[in-house]
Design a protein around this ligand. Sequence first.
Ligand SMILES: NC(=O)c1ccc[n+]([C@@H]2O[C@H](COP(=O)([O-])OP(=O)(O)OC[C@H]3O[C@@H](n4cnc5c(N)ncnc54)[C@H](OP(=O)(O)O)[C@@H]3O)[C@@H](O)[C@H]2O)c1
Length: 304
Amino acid sequence: MKILVTGASGLLGSKICLLALKKGHEVYSVYREHAVDSGKPVKLDLTSWSDVFKAFSELKPEAVIHAAAYTDVDGCEANRDTAWSVNAESTRLVAEASARIGAHLTYVSTDYVFDGEKGLYTEDDEPNPINYYGYTKLKGEEYVKQHGEQWCIARASVIYGWGAEHKPNFATWLISSLSQGKEVKVLTDQHVSPTFNTNLAEMLLEIAERRITGVLHTAGATRVSRHGFALKLAEAFQLDVNMVKPASMREIPWKARRPRDSSLNVSKALMLLESKPLRLEQALEMMRKETVDKDGKESLKLWK
Ligand SMILES: NC(=O)c1ccc[n+]([C@@H]2O[C@H](COP(=O)([O-])OP(=O)(O)OC[C@H]3O[C@@H](n4cnc5c(N)ncnc54)[C@H](OP(=O)(O)O)[C@@H]3O)[C@@H](O)[C@H]2O)c1
């Protein structure tokens, strides 16, 4: 199948491209600034309608996985125009272009569309974002729903895994810090559903292959505090758990507000998908295995 992946230079998109290639798909890897070398690289600014429409109508993908976004939550609060054009407006363009060529669209959205007052949100719960990032991602969801029938909105939460060196994520930051003997302070009062990029990429590819439609929570299957997540990571990578110190949301001078408990209920994905949302321990075991190269040696050097 011909699949076009946006955000191919990102933490999630790069993994989707690799797995899709392994499964024998023809992959168009859309990036903007950071060049990619997997699949057929396509340099494209998704905020330009003429460029998006030209690329989609020339390449004619059968499925589109839209993982590009402006993901810096505080950055979105400060640079609202950019957040709007990348997260909301370009999703409208991608949705319109996908509908015009009859491609199935999977839009990767976020737990931050919720206010975090309830936790373990289901697909039927009402979004109510409390920061601009969440607001623009929710607008993206609304645009997707307005364009045709062949779409799936797949929400994830705190994506982690091995990714590009230029952009550490929570897990690689923690592993890197603890490996260097640095103490870290992590929140005990923010709960999430950490989502391993490989697990998410597998779920998204299944959604695209089976042309699944509707809203689906495709996060990890464990609700945990950031602090609990950090302890599990430290244990899995045999790092010093005593260097993980508790902190509270009150102590952090964020520009954007954060939901207190944006964990997602993944029962629907567990029932529907063959690639199931993994529990945290299973996902960390997989992440550990990904660090062992073919000679059986540990390869954590990037993060030390
Ligand atoms: N990270 C999380 O914890 C998290 C949690 C829940 C949901 N999500 C959602 O999951 C998706 C993937 O997140 P991620 O962490 O993998 O993202 P990421 O690593 O921050 O990568 C963002 C990607 O978007 C691309 N991009 C940004 N602006 C663009 C533009 N104008 N035109 C074309 N491409 C553009 C970037 O390309 P260049 O770098 O080449 O410019 C990059 O490939 C996003 O939709 C995000 O909202 C993320």
